[in-house]
Write a protein that binds this ligand. Structure first.
Ligand code: UGA
Length: 431
């Protein structure tokens, strides 16, 4: 058992802190946001992540998990300090490291001489050396710094933490690296040791590669539509080849969230800074940027004009099992529908319930309410509730059952014989 601190109680910080407490460590999570820390102290998580609340409750009850806004209290006795603050995109596409700098300046004066600082935040390749200099200078002594990127997916982060495909530890010094390795001793995942810049690069390359798979399958989906082929079967057939793999081959309206868009843009920025041309990386980003517009063209082709039409947008989050709306492709879909004059109502199983108002559109409280009287429905997120909603029920609520499924929630065969129009991604249209 080790005494640990996690700086930043956002998505990555909270999952990391709470899961490390579950591994038996004594963890203090620190954030500058007083409201968030008050909420956590009162036992409520500021985000929706399956399984995390239960782990929070168990570990708090066992006295292994605490929360503070005070950097001294967080790190003064900590043997390991995880930095898990945000690195949002700047206007020029590079990563904004100001939260990292602020976090380091606030904790460095209180660090123990031998404590290990562990970088969890996604930082551009080469950041390690700069952060180390800043740490040494502010602490007034050499500080041991290790890069330990995260590979958690929102919606399945708890499972990803305990059953990670790999743990990457980047350090030029074996002693802090083995300290970090033993923090994860109860997790049966392979560990890979590298230098810090390689660890940082593994994180970016992994996200870029996954994004590439998605953009690739979306491009193939457009060809399938033209040729009358079915992208779901194409993906299944491709995925059976172990060299390709079945994951991340689901065609749709494009990837969103706080990671893929930000990390591909940051990598493009780094390449430009290094004067390296990366045409493949640029295309991944460009294909994704166009995907919502490509999808809405199907709506316009069907109607000619959607001026005054009632549209129900089903699913708003960037993927299921999260309440995260950051960079969700549904936003661009809604903007395009509104630009074309449609009257849009949104529904999302988590966002609607929380009562949030999203992007200036009204939210329905149920799927049935969103669909009532609608001329068209656009599915943006494959929530289970949406997949479980029978296709034959759409005509019961809608004025005209025109369904545009951006996530291929239903087999096309299910539409057969029903009084509806069903258009999805990369599969034959049913009319
Ligand atoms: C992603 C990575 O999967 C994690 O490994 C990584 O740790 C994380 O970014 C990060 O850098 O923090 P996440 O953004 O939570 O995780 O979500 P994903 O499950 O990767 O999905 C991203 C987007 O791609 C979603 O909008 C999803 O709908 C879309 N997607 C995913 C597809 O369109 N098709 C697919 O086949 C898979």
């Amino acid at each position: 058992m080790n005494k640990l601190a996690v700086i930043g109680a956002g998505y990555v910080g909270l999952v990391t802190g709470i899961c490390l407490a579950s591994c038996g460590h004594d963890v203090t999570c620190m954030d500058i946001d007083e409201c968030k820390i008050d909420q956590l102290k009162a036992g409520r998580l500021p985000l929706f992540e399956p399984g995390l609340q239960e782990l929070h409750d168990t570990n708090t009850a066992k006295g292994r998990l605490s929360f503070t806004t005070n950097p001294e209290q967080a790190v003064q006795h900590a043997e390991g300090v995880f930095i898990a603050v945000g690195t949002p995109p700047r206007k020029d596409g590079g990563a904004d490291l100001s939260y990292i700098h602020n976090a380091i300046q606030s904790i460095a004066p209180f660090l123990q001489k031998d404590s290990v600082i562990i970088m969890k935040s996604t930082v551009p390749v080469g950041t390690h050396a700069d952060v180390k200099k800043l740490l040494d200078r502010t602490a007034g002594h050499p500080v041991r710094l290790v890069s330990n990127p995260e590979f958690l997916r929102e919606g399945s982060a708890v499972n990803d933490f305990f059953y990670s495909d790999r743990i990457v530890i980047g350090s030029n010094d074996p002693s802090p690296a083995s300290f970090v390795e033993q923090l994860y001793h109860s997790i049966p995942s392979p560990v890979i040791h590298t230098d810090p810049q390689t660890a940082e690069m593994i994180k970016y390359s992994s996200n870029a590669f996954l994004a590439a798979k998605i953009s690739f399958i979306n491009e193939m989906a457009a060809l399938c539509e033209a040729e009358g082929a079915d992208i779901s079967m194409v993906a299944a057939g491709m995925g059976m080849d172990k060299r390709i793999g079945e994951h991340f081959l689901k065609a749709g309206i494009g990837y969103g969230g706080s990671c893929f868009p930000k990390d591909t843009t940051a990598l493009l920025y780094s390449a430009a800074q290094q004067n390296i041309t990366v045409p493949l990386l640029s295309s991944i980003h460009e294909v994704n940027r166009r995907q919502p517009r490509v999808f809405i063209k199907k709506v316009l082709d069907r109607f000619g004009s959607i001026e005054g039409k009632k549209a129900a947008v089903l699913g708003l989050t960037f993927k299921p099992n999260t309440d995260d709306l950051r960079r969700s492709p549904s936003r661009e879909i809604i903007n395009l529908l509104v630009e074309e004059g449609a009257m849009v109502t949104g529904y999302d199983p988590v966002v609607s319930v929380s009562g949030k108002r999203v992007w200036q559109i009204p939210l329905a409280q149920t799927m049935e309410e969103a669909l009532t009287g609608a001329d068209l429905a656009v599915i943006c997120t494959e929530w289970k509730e949406i997949i479980d909603f029978p296709l034959h029920c759409y005509p019961l609520y809608m004025k005209e059952a025109n369904i545009f499924d951006g996530r291929n929630c239903y087999p096309v065969s299910q539409a057969r014989g029903l009084p509806l129009f069903y258009s999805s991604v990369g599969r034959p249209v049913y009319k």
